[in-house]
Design a protein around this ligand. Structure first.
Ligand code: ADP
Ligand code: MG
Length: 683
């Protein structure tokens, strides 16, 4: 039955010809099943209320009695029909525009319901809809669903079609959830819930119907993740790394600093996984500056010692080069070779790196998406690390993974998702979190200032430079006009060079060649430049511990997480660091973000606020990160339901009966269908 509605072309519905079918297709509705699950995004309230409850300017439905003869005025091609209506104890003027034909129906003494905008002072209602109870009503007393429509598909049409589909097929909507879950959570049937969502009798019923469907969305989503986990993660087809603890300890002892307790803990979690015969799939999250790179380095060391190779994929060339520099420093004493693979290598160099990888001459390769090109092979890929994982799509990661035989995968992110949300959403990922920053780091002092404070900002830069410290000065990136941004940076660079003649001012932007970028970054990292004017090409990962001042121009144009990332470029050494956000005080939403930035430098708190301000769709960058989009459920508001669904799904998939009993055949069928429709599940 489930299949039948979803396989029944929309044109099978009475009243849908080829023309309409095509227009419905454009809205993504091609089957009767899809039409039935095309939910309204809000309701118009036609329930009758007392006039005294209405606020001025509000849209309201009221019932009354016609109290005067109607009057029609015509002007231009238009008309205005008005009459008096007694509503309760109030005499109201009701006005219809361009509906002169109603005149004959407005008979004194007749009952009427009016829906429209209420003007309290003038006792005046601009009528949008009216009905006569003696003729039976359609909308009055109901919540009318409002659908997202377009083209020639109107609200009226889609309401009519959905109504028709429900009348004819509601009984064929199959139940998906097992009985015991429905009973345990007091949920109504699927057929009932869907019908009510389209035509709720009252708010309470509507809410109950929504609760049922939200739970279902989350449950099915979690079931997919948990089932995948139950079936795959315990599969022993990964690489059981032979890790010698004493050897690792020695490697760690020779690092230039002592690991924080948090780092030690996540290293243990990672090495534990790497020893297992199943493939690791772990998310490592830690605030900017928490020290994720060194954790990755330890994992890479372990894979090399076990006879394999490691790959580190990063989102930008600048970051790739930085990692090659720092990893080479760590690995060269051990005779381990680190290579670089980016899009701007010459053909010859590129072929060289690829051949070396294939022959096993390189132990580690650091690169951008150039790593996932078809002709890149490894002798034996043991560990894949992605830095700033939110920058990569699911596919890019899985392509890299497939370059080995089930290598272990470690995804690092500095956009920490509140932990509960991470576990719940990435149900099939294990999560490790670095909670503390290295000792001795002072919180970054953050200020938000107006543009007219530039003189004092310049003074600040001078003061830091006198103490041997360095400054980042960031210009915004506006997607629509990359040219303009670069111009911004170029102008600002010229301006600063002039205002600060005693300082060396560098310039970095995306239009420079890779070699130019590398030279500029190299000079800044070496301390040869005092100030680096840059677009957001340095947003992620860049590590220059001597830089203590981050200035962001037009900061209100940046998102919260991005600002936090930018700020994370300073505060990486023992010196007190500062972040100055130059923002327009009139930017409303902007001020909210500036406040969050000056209130806290805790990345988890920042993400929480970001999630609040932007909502999860934008926050996770849904399309990019492989995050699911739910039709009704909201990751924030319905969080409790998400946790409930996760627990239920985990319990259910752990039961042997789930995989055999006829009771769960429907769910298993759903999973099989789902697996066919996607190449690989979320990772
Ligand atoms: P992120 O987590 O943002 O990628 P990095 O790995 O770049 O952070 O580390 C930030 C800085 O802190 C680097 O300069 C790194 O060498 C240093 N660092 C990392 N771990 C420690 C530690 N345990 N003690 C002192 N400094 C550390
Ligand atoms: Mg990093």
């Amino acid at each position: 039955m489930a299949l039948s509605l979803f396989h029944m072309p929309i044109s099978k519905l009475q009243g849908v010809g080829p023309q309409k079918a095509e227009e419905l297709h454009a809205l993504g509705i091609s089957t009767v099943g899809a039409l039935i699950e095309y939910y309204p995004f809000r309701y118009e309230d036609y329930r009758i209320r007392e006039l005294s409850e209405a606020k001025d300017g509000e849209k309201i439905t009221v019932q009354g009695t016609i109290a005067s003869l109607p009057v029609v005025q015509r002007y231009g091609g238009k008309s205005r029909l008005s009459c008096r209506v007694t509503i309760g104890a109030t005499l109201v003027t009701a006005v219809w525009f361009n509906r002169p034909f109603l005149k004959d129906q407005l008979v004194v003494g007749r009952e009427i319901t009016l829906t429209g905008k209420w003007d309290q002072r003038r006792k005046y209602m601009t009528v949008a809809d009216s009905e006569f109870p003696d003729r039976g009503t359609l909308k009055t007393g109901t919540l009318q669903p409002v659908y997202s429509v377009g083209g020639n598909v109107t609200q009226t049409l889609i309401r009519k079609l959905i109504d028709k589909a429900l009348t004819q097929y509601a009984d064929s909507i199959p139940e998906l959830l097992p009985d015991d879950l429905l009973r345990r959570h007091g949920l109504m049937s699927r057929a009932e819930a869907i019908s009510i969502i389209h035509r709720p009798e009252n708010t309470k019923a509507g809410q109950e119907a929504r609760r049922r469907m939200v739970y279902e969305e989350f449950f099915l989503f979690q079931l997919r993740l948990q089932a995948y986990r139950a079936l795959h993660t315990k599969k022993t087809d990964g690489i059981p790394h032979a890790v010698d603890n004493a050897d690792i300890r020695e490697f760690v002892d020779r690092l230039p600093f002592e690991l924080t307790d948090s780092q030690k803990q996540v290293v243990n979690e990672i090495l534990h996984d790497m020893k297992q015969p199943f493939a690791m799939n772990r998310l490592l999250q830690g605030d900017v500056g928490a020290g994720k790179t060194v954790v990755a380095a330890i994992g890479l060391y372990a894979t090399i010692k076990a006879g394999h190779q490691g790959a580190l994929m990063v989102p930008t060339e600048i970051l790739a080069e930085q990692h090659v520099r720092s990893l080479s420093r760590i690995f060269e004493p051990y005779g381990m070779q680190v290579g670089l693979l980016t899009g701007s290598l010459s053909d010859r160099k590129r072929r060289d790196v690829i051949a070396s990888l294939q022959m096993g001459l390189l132990d580690i390769v650091v690169g951008t998406h150039a790593l996932i090109q078809e002709d890149v092979f490894f002798r034996s890929l043991g560990l894949v690390v992605t830095d700033e994982q939110h920058r990569f799509g699911v596919n890019q990661r899985s392509i890299l993974r497939r370059k080995g035989l089930n290598p272990d995968v470690l995804s690092m992110t500095a956009t920490p998702i509140p932990r509960t949300l991470a576990i719940t959403v990435f149900g099939d990922l294990d999560v490790s979190t670095i909670r503390e920053r290295p000792k001795g780091r002072k919180p970054i002092k953050t200020y938000s200032v107006k543009h007219d404070m530039m003189d004092r900002v310049l003074g600040f830069i001078r003061k830091e430079a006198q103490q041997g410290r360095q400054t980042f000065f960031i210009c915004p990136l506006i997607e629509e006009s990359e040219k303009l941004d670069v111009q911004n940076a170029i102008d600002l660079h010229a301006q600063l060079s002039q205002s600060l003649p005693e300082l060396a001012v560098g310039l970095l932007h995306g239009r420079m060649t890779a070699a130019e970028k590398e030279a500029t970054m190299g000079a800044f990292a070496a301390g040869d430049t005092d100030v680096l004017v840059s677009t957001t090409v340095i947003e992620v990962g860049v590590d220059v511990p001597n830089a203590t001042l981050m200035i962001v121009m037009d900061a209100d144009r940046f998102g919260l997480s991005q600002l936090h990332q930018l700020r994370g470029r300073v505060g990486r050494g023992e010196h007190q660091s500062y972040c100055i956000l130059i923002a327009d005080p009139k930017s409303e939403n902007g001020q909210e973000r500036m406040r969050a930035m000056t209130d806290t430098d805790d990345g988890f708190e920042i993400s929480r606020r970001d999630l609040e301000i932007r909502g999860p769709g934008e926050f996770f960058g849904t399309k990019q990160s492989g995050m699911p989009e739910f039709r009704l459920a909201s990751l924030i508001e319905d969080f409790d339901a998400l946790e409930l669904a996760r627990d239920d799904a985990a319990q259910l998939t752990a039961l042997p009966e789930f995989w055999s009993s006829a009771v769960y055949a429907g769910l298993r069928e759903y999973l099989a269908r789902d697996a066919n429709s996607r190449e690989e599940p979320l990772d």
